[in-house]
Ligand binder design. Structure first.
Ligand SMILES: C[S@@+](CC[C@H](N)C(=O)[O-])C[C@H]1O[C@@H](n2cnc3c(N)ncnc32)[C@H](O)[C@@H]1O
Length: 288
């Protein structure tokens, strides 16, 4: 009887046990490295969603190798983060925290003491629900949280690698990543199960828009448009508003009965700060 594909996949599970990797996923990073040469000249790394620590082990080996080859260069620094506690790993600073939280980002940044990382990797996966659209959405949110932390800690020219679920809406995420990196490639390492929707984006050449200011309250994570969180400069995107068709005379008897002082420039688009009562009267007039 021939080997089933399941038997072949298990080779990485067995190899991981034999070679002392904490997780078979270590091979995914090793195989991505074979293709993309991820660790050349890398001394400082962040491992997001790191438990139980397979990728951190790979990082430790690669960065130590780099240091052994160039002892005059700085000592390796690796910061690993996960929701779950991780058994200690020599040479790895571990943070137990949620990567979607600002406090976790602050903690990571603090460990770099003003210096920047050469690479950020993220193998994060939320608990899947089995509802594909929902799982893809949550995975994309996790990737965006990782990207957001990355914009705070990655040096220009640096690399970001993250797990994605390559579903039908993935091109939106690619577009968002292309804003920040000169090269964005999607890779499926041979150790990643064929049956799995997972792939990895390899983003190289970090190059944020000029004057981009990293912020945890930015549109990638948090859609807040109140006065305190107003987007400025290149963080702010304004798209044209086009009234389609002739709206003259449309519903011309409308009134704003509860707002004597409110004179909107465009009655169909009240300012964001317009009071609740505006929404009530607009709703009453069936504008939305
Ligand atoms: C597939 S495992 C990572 C395996 C790891 N790369 C390794 O080689 O050992 C996914 C991890 O993502 C973590 N995770 C999921 N959501 C997270 C979040 N919001 N913040 C931090 N970690 C998260 C989980 O706790 C889990 O340990």
């Amino acid at each position: 009887m021939g080997k089933s594909s399941k038997d072949k996949r298990d080779v990485y599970y067995r190899l991981a046990k034999e070679q002392g990797w904490r997780a078979r996923s270590a091979f995914k990073l090793l195989h991505l490295d074979e293709e993309f040469n991820l660790f050349e000249g890398v001394h400082r790394a962040v491992d997001l969603c790191a438990a139980p620590g397979g990728w951190s082990q790979v990082l430790t080996n690669k960065l130590r190798e780099n240091h052994a080859n160039h002892p005059q260069e700085e000592e390796p620094k690796i910061v690993a983060v996960d929701l779950q506690a991780m058994a200690p790993l020599d040479g790895v600073i571990e943070i137990q925290g949620d990567i979607t939280k600002e406090s976790t980002a602050d903690e990571i940044i603090a460990h770099f003491e003003g210096k920047l990382a050469d690479i950020v990797v993220c193998d994060g996966a939320p608990d899947v629900t089995g509802l594909h659209d929902l799982d893809e959405y949550i995975q994309a949110q996790l990737t965006l949280a990782a990207l957001n932390i990355t914009t705070h800690v990655l040096r220009p020219g640096g690399t970001f690698v993250a797990k994605i679920f390559r579903g039908k809406d993935i091109t939106l995420l690619y577009s968002q990543l292309k804003v920040f990196f000169s090269s964005v490639t999607c890779g499926k390492p041979r150790s990643s199960r064929n049956s799995s929707i997972e792939s990895f984006i390899v983003c190289q050449g970090y190059n944020p828009p000029q004057d981009y200011t990293p912020s945890m309250t930015n549109p990638l994570l948090d859609l807040k448009y109140d006065a305190q969180n107003e987007m400025m400069g290149p963080n702010r995107t304004i798209v044209p508003f086009l009234a389609c068709g002739d709206i003259n005379g449309y519903d011309s008897d409308r009134t704003y009965p509860l707002q004597t002082s409110y004179t909107p420039l465009d009655p169909l688009v009240p300012p964001i700060s317009a009071p609740y009562i505006t929404a009530v009267s607009m709703k009453r007039n069936n504008y939305f």
